[in-house]
Design a protein around this ligand. Structure first.
Ligand code: FMN
Length: 328
């Protein structure tokens, strides 16, 4: 896919590990779809090991959640090369049982995850301090893709401190898209995202990499908020993550969520539980994963807290559905 055919500005559902799986992406698609989706981050060193079958759940998708970018991370450039090759030539799509002609729309390199256990391995946001490895990874992935899919990077504004040199380094790699989360690694999620730095990156792009699309990310609540930021800072795209926890219709022109009656919210959670149950039949994802979503739907109505307590103690999808039916 040519990312340049996306609307301006385009909206992206952020990768949220253990949250934005195929099930939740389909829920969002049914409420109000973004223009582009990302998978959760999936480790290339694991994908190219005997552990591959356990990781395929992170790549699973249906044509309802397209266009979809596969987000990868890891340490070994040769595993980025092999994974990129297999994403581009349809090997993964075939392993996932997707119909002929359905494939990923691009590949993104995670250079932003701040988690301690990940950083310790030298991957993701640690690459902000290891340009040599970052360059090897980008080159290996480019070689594997051989121009068949677009390549993007998602990163932060620095590691311990802001580093526009890092952004310049990435822009010089001539990526198809660069997503910038407006915080350093050190800032984790503790301070508001700095959109002035994202704007600065966009101005640098105008000079050094006019073909690279710039996507801003951090604290965007919904489409209206994103449109304002895109206009103010001249951005190509806006990525929304946690905003969908507050409103699953965050990408809608006019969200019905605030005024939605309790019964419809319960119905939407039931749909989520049913999709979950139908998708993860071999228990690839534990039922307790659903507890992360409960508060999205079971919220802002009389008795919501008590209902949440009951739902979170449920041990099976069947039990959850029974409780939801009784409450609706
Ligand atoms: C639970 C959770 C999981 C995340 N997983 C990923 C991930 O797999 N890959 C990634 O690039 N970023 C990940 N992020 C970061 C988000 O994509 C996003 O950059 C961050 O939440 C800021 O955007 P927001 O304020 O719109 O949520 C994750 C964030 C959260 C809260």
């Amino acid at each position: 896919m040519n990312l340049k055919t996306l609307p301006k500005p385009f909206f992206v559902l952020a990768p949220l590990d253990d949250v934005t799986d195929t099930v939740f992406r389909r829920i969002i698609a049914g409420c109000a779809p973004p223009d582009l989706y990302f998978t959760e981050f999936v480790n290339v060193d694991g994908l190219q090991s005997p552990g591959r079958p356990n990781l395929m759940k992170k790549l699973l998708f249906t044509s309802a959640e397209t266009p979809l970018v596969a987000q990868i991370w890891g340490k070994q450039p040769e595993n980025f090369y092999k994974t990129a090759q297999q994403l581009a030539d349809g090997t993964f799509a075939r392993e996932l049982g997707l119909p002929e002609g359905v494939n990923f729309a691009g590949v993104d390199l995670n250079m932003g995850c701040p988690a301690k256990d990940v950083v310790k391995t030298g991957a993701c946001s640690a690459l902000i301090k290891d340009w040599a490895l970052a360059e090897d990874i980008i080159n290996a992935t480019k070689d594997g893709l051989a121009g068949r899919l677009p390549l993007s990077v998602k990163t932060r504004t620095g590691f311990d401190k802001v580093s526009m040199e890092w952004i310049e380094f990435l822009l010089e790699r001539k990526l198809n898209m660069l997503t910038i989360h407006g915080r350093t690694r050190k800032e984790m999620s503790k301070v508001p995202a700095n959109w002035d730095l994202i704007a600065k990156a966009r101005r640098m792009r105008d000079h050094s990499a006019p073909d690279t699309l710039i996507v801003g990310n951090g604290d965007v609540k919904n489409r209206q908020h994103g449109l304002e930021l895109a206009e103010r800072y001249g951005l190509d795209g806006i990525m929304v993550g946690r905003g969908v926890f507050e409103d699953p219709f965050a990408f809608a022109e006019k969200s019905p969520w605030l005024d939605m009656p309790k019964e419809q919210k319960i119905e939407l959670y039931k749909k989520h539980v049913e999709l979950f149950d139908g998708t993860w039949k071999d228990r690839e994802r534990h039922i307790a994963t659903l507890n992360k979503f409960c508060k999205i739907y079971i919220n802002n109505f009389h008795g919501a807290k008590e209902l949440r307590e009951q739902l979170m103690a449920a041990g099976s999808a069947k039990e959850l559905i029974k409780l939801l039916d009784a409450a609706a």
